[in-house]
Design a protein around this ligand. Structure first.
Ligand code: HEM
Length: 534
């Protein structure tokens, strides 16, 4: 922006007061009252106490005092941009979602990239999972695809989410480490959670330190459903593939960049978009039915598993282009509220127990963070299609029902009504069985895909994984945690486990961890479950 000379006068204390004149608007209070002096509070006498009567001072400070809202409990540090999604071809055979009906149709979108563990002020190049959350403003309401840059997750059931997050975030007594996984609590939890092994391989790989958001993949992680106009369901997994390809930085580069420029990723996105270099991703889907799903030994409801692309190739169905930065970071990027349960007709959930839990968590957390059930009134969260309902009042209500009627059915001929045809119909999947707290046996293989991932890496990439594990585990003080981790690694890949074990100075390698999870009766209180004295 051009530098502008503003007429100024000097106050008694030598301070500069810039004066509104010509086209320059007059500064006002939030109530619209014009302000004469914004630099001196009202006081009794030149050097006397400030008066409580000074409504301008009080309003200004009161508002400042309330500027902060809670940061996201996870994914606190993020950066977003606006853009559009363009559909390649009609997917009407699979889904009735309007967003996928017409080739060439553009749907406005907002994307927020994030790290998971660090606080809002942490650095960009932490070794961490990256969030890749997309809000599609479709003609049938908002669809949020709240994904990550890694296609699997640490845990299989949402009930463990508070534990994995508590373990990765700073330890409660010392409030460190801030933004890395390198600490006893995290590795303690991981070593006691074999289901996390596949995810750990990805997190220790170069994927966890992307060069920029523009060089990252994104994944919906869970199996979702497409449902077509005939109410037929097809399972679907979503993948974002960056046009620029995948690139990461090496760990020693990341450490230096974090020191020199903790905003490296946000600066990169800002500069790319401001210079017209719009980043682009292709949306791919993997489509399959129940018969196909039944052929796998693993469960397609298990979020710690992928369906290998060699077995089921992905199909490109559209592209996402980010071409506009928010005008205001707080109003848009900070206040955007993603929720997995935002799905339009034609897209539905599977019974993945992680997804089912997320569908509760996101609505709940938005109320806490944004403070009012009217967070959909914020422009960034409001649908861009016509919408009408009878919800009313509450903190900060900006839209209330118009006219006399705020209920239905009603006899006044006012307000919206249900639409059995256009409305969302939950897919009528067959569900039955006893109420149980149990994990299906089809969720029990925690090592095969971890091994496949490791083997699929090139030798330098495998070396990076071994180096990352060595570095991380070398920070762990409790020997039993290190040993437990080596036992897992030995089961994933013997060379990897041995290499890391030797690098950590282990004289005797532990026994490889059990491949299959023991049943409840089999669990013996072996060293793997011992309590550690701190
Ligand atoms: C936030 C992804 C699992 C609870 C986020 C965000 C992403 C994300 C990308 C940031 C959204 C943004 O940019 O505003 C994922 C993925 C998961 C997963 C891919 C697993 C596959 C879970 C689970 C829970 C959960 C299991 C809870 C049971 C939350 C909460 C937030 C969040 C509370 C903060 C939301 C906010 O304050 O705006 N997640 N998450 N997530 N996630 Fe998850």
């Amino acid at each position: 922006a051009a530098i502008h000379d503003q007429k100024a006068i000097r106050g008694n204390g030598g301070e500069l007061h810039q004066i509104a004149e010509g086209d320059t608007p007059v500064l006002t209070t939030a109530q619209g009252g014009p302000v004469a002096d914004d630099q001196n509070s009202l006081r009794a006498g030149e050097r006397g106490p400030t008066l409580i009567e000074d409504f301008h001072f009080r309003e200004k400070i009161f508002h400042f005092d309330h500027e902060r809202i809670p940061e996201r409990v996870v994914h606190a540090r993020g950066y977003g941009a606006h853009g559009f999604f363009e559909t390649y071809e009609s997917l009407a055979a699979y889904t009735r979602a309007d967003v996928f009906q017409r080739a060439g149709e553009r749907t406005p979108a907002f994307v927020r990239f994030s790290t998971v563990a660090g606080s809002k002020g942490s650095f960009d190049l932490a070794r961490d999972v990256r969030g890749f959350a997309v809000k599609f403003y479709t003609k049938e309401g908002n669809w949020d695809l709240v994904g990550n840059n890694i296609p699997v997750f640490f845990i299989q059931d949402a009930i463990k989410f508070p534990d994995v997050i508590h373990a990765v975030k700073p330890e409660p007594d010392r409030e460190f480490p801030q933004a890395q996984s390198a600490h006893d609590n995290f590795w303690d939890f991981i070593s006691l959670t074999p289901e996390s092994m596949h995810m750990i391989m990805w997190v220790m790989s170069d994927r966890a330190i992307p060069r920029s958001f523009r060089f990252m993949e994104g994944f919906g992680v869970h199996t979702f459903r497409f449902v077509n106009a005939k109410d037929e369901s097809t399972f679907v997994k979503f993948h974002w593939k960056p046009k620029l390809g995948l690139q990461s930085v090496a760990w020693n580069e990341a450490v230096k960049i974090n020191g020199a420029d903790p905003d490296f990723h946000r600066r990169d996105l800002w500069q790319a978009i401001q210079s017209g270099n719009f980043p682009e991703w292709e949306l791919h889907v993997q489509l399959f039915d129940q018969d196909f799903a039944d052929k796998f030994e693993f469960d397609i409801l298990d979020p710690t598993k992928i369906i290998p692309e060699e077995v089921l190739p992905t199909k490109p169905v559209g592209r996402l282009v980010l071409d506009r930065m928010p005008e205001n970071f707080f109003a848009e990027t900070e206040q955007v509220a993603f929720m997995t349960q935002n799905v339009p007709p034609g897209i539905d959930f599977s019974d993945d127990p992680l997804l089912q839990g997320r569908n509760f968590s996101y609505l709940d957390t938005q109320l806490k963070r944004l403070g009012s059930p009217n967070f959909t009134h914020l422009p960034i969260n409001a649908p861009k299609c016509p919408f009408q309902h009878f919800q009313q009042d509450g903190h900060m209500a900006m839209r209330n029902p118009v006219g006399r009627v705020n209920y239905q059915p009603n006899s006044w001929g006012e307000g919206p009504r249900e639409s059995p045809m256009k409305g969302f119909r939950h897919f009528a999947s067959e569900e039955q069985g006893p109420k149980l707290r149990i994990r299906a046996e089809s969720f029990a293989d925690h090592y095969s895909q971890a091994r496949q991932f490791f083997i699929s890496q090139t030798p330098p990439e495998q070396r990076h994984i071994a180096d990352a594990l060595t570095f991380e585990l070398s920070k762990v003080q409790a020997p039993v945690i290190r040993e437990r981790m080596i036992a897992h690694l030995l089961n994933i890949d013997e060379t990897l486990g041995t290499k890391v074990g030797h690098a950590l100075g282990l004289k005797v390698m532990p026994k490889p961890a059990e491949a299959a999870v023991a049943t409840r009766q089999d669990l013996d209180p072996s060293p793997a479950l011992s309590i550690i004295e701190r």
